[in-house]
Design a protein around this ligand. Structure first.
Ligand SMILES: *Cc1c(COP(=O)(O)O)cnc(C)c1O
Length: 424
């Protein structure tokens, strides 16, 4: 294998794919690096096209909570594959998937499967608007809910480090009904919702796309109370937190019942699947039962449903989330200790196996404070870690994800790399 294999692929990619990537953050531009072209994954590790091995802390941006190429997931896909891949007619595995999902997240009384988190949030908002007959929605500054036009306003994730205020191509009309509030600021939501004309509040119950920011005590409870009072639909966007921060998602961890939930990433088991669901009376407004249209050629795709169903089954086994907590804590505590020992100002924000090391004084409680982080230092930390065989999310404003495939030795290797990378 040529040492320059990755470079050669990247050159070809740039000629035909904008930036050489099919999703912007993969380009690694904000950390001053080139994309890593992956050849293979196994457990907690990936290998790039040049044969370099890395401990992976991206996990495909969250889905791979069981690690790469998990045997049982691959077998579930293979078993389904031999029957055919898509029918455009319903199959039993979709029903099993919905039943399993509802058993974990009981507030999802009825569920519709889609193929991406973006579709789930976009559809949930249309449904909330159709149900309430209102147009306006509220989202948090730095909250990311996929790339639908009306949600690309003050968005986090890749849009954060690219520094695009919203995005070109989003017409004013699509953005004008999107009201933006600081995360963790209940008073500003209360002020807007009490006007009585807000269709929905959409929120990441643990923010993961401005780097990780935990909800302040009382914040989610407050959102629940205010929205209930004024007939506003509360949407928990659990695309990242679902089956991540607890088996039943953030709503189980913090014991809050939203009206609608959007969920993705983990529930696809590494294949493209997502879903939205919630209160029966709201979900019954969806076509073909009701007037709110939503559809998808590959929605509920049998391969994706089989992979997701198996992932949920494996995650429902005993001690899964205890193990994720232990590994997450070991990594989080270790990274913070390494930064402190190196004299680098840092804040560790962590919920279970989702975490962000901010190079800032902190505390980091919203997007404004997240933006005080030293992104230049993060860039060199990313590159130093990559050179030492650790693949971090290539942005200060993303979360690292630990999987069940990570071992204590993997975490120790990451921490050794971090100690050296922080003093460089
Ligand atoms: C990833 C993410 C999305 C978008 O999901 P895609 O599958 O990338 O379209 C939406 N909301 C949240 C909270 C996410 O983390």
């Amino acid at each position: 294998m040529s040492i320059h294999h990755s470079q050669a692929i990247f050159e070809r990619a740039k000629a035909i794919i904008p930036g050489g990537v099919n999703s912007p953050v993969r380009a690694c531009r904000s950390v001053g690096a080139d994309p890593v072209f992956v050849a293979q994954g196994d457990g907690a590790h990936i290998w790039d096209a040049d044969g370099n091995k890395y401990v992976d802390l991206i996990g495909s941006w969250g889905p791979l909570i069981l690690g790469h190429a998990h045997r049982e997931i691959l077998d579930a896909i293979k078993d389904t594959l031999s029957m055919g891949t898509t029918f455009g007619a319903p199959t039993e595995v979709e029903v099993k998937f919905a039943e399993k999902l509802k058993s974990a997240v009981p507030s999802m009384e009825m569920i519709r499967a889609v193929s991406s988190g973006t579709e789930a949030t976009m559809s949930a908002l249309r449904l909330a608007r159709g149900f309430t007959g209102r147009a306006k929605i509220i989202k948090a500054d730095g909250g990311y809910h996929g790339h639908a036009d009306c949600l690309l306003v003050a968005a986090g994730s890749g849009a954060a480090t690219l520094g695009i205020p919203g995005s070109a191509g989003v017409p004013e009309g699509a953005a004008k009904d999107t009201l933006v509030v600081p995360y963790n600021d209940l008073a500003s939501v209360e002020k807007l919702v009490s006007g009585g004309d807000i269709a929905a509040v959409i929120i990441e119950p643990v923010a993961g796309n401005m780097g990780l920011v935990e909800p302040a005590p009382g914040y989610l409870e407050g959102l629940r109370a205010i929205t209930a009072k004024f007939g506003t639909v509360l949407i928990f966007d659990e695309v990242m937190t679902g089956f991540r921060v607890a088996f039943g998602g953030a709503q189980a961890r913090y014991n809050i019942t939203p009206d609608l939930t959007t969920i993705g990433k983990v529930i696809g088991g590494g294949l493209p699947a997502a879903a939205f669901g919630g209160r029966m009376d709201i979900m019954q407004k969806l076509a073909p039962l009701g007037p709110v249209y939503q559809a998808g050629t590959l929605s509920g795709n049998p391969l994706a449903m089989a992979a997701g169903l198996k992932a949920m089954e494996i995650l429902s086994r005993p001690r899964t989330y205890e193990r994720l907590e232990t590994l997450g804590k070991k990594l989080g505590d270790g990274l913070l200790a390494a930064a402190t020992a190196a004299g680098v100002p840092a804040v560790m924000n962590r919920v279970g196996s989702m975490l962000t090391l901010f190079f800032a004084k902190g505390p980091i409680t919203d997007y404004e404070t997240a933006k005080t982080a030293d992104t230049k230092r993060f860039g060199s930390f990313f590159r130093n870690m990559r050179d030492r065989g650790v693949f971090l999310p290539p942005s200060q404003f993303e979360a690292m994800f630990v999987s069940l495939a990570h071992t204590d030795e993997d975490i120790e290797q990451i921490l050794e790399a971090a100690k050296a990378s922080l003093v460089d």
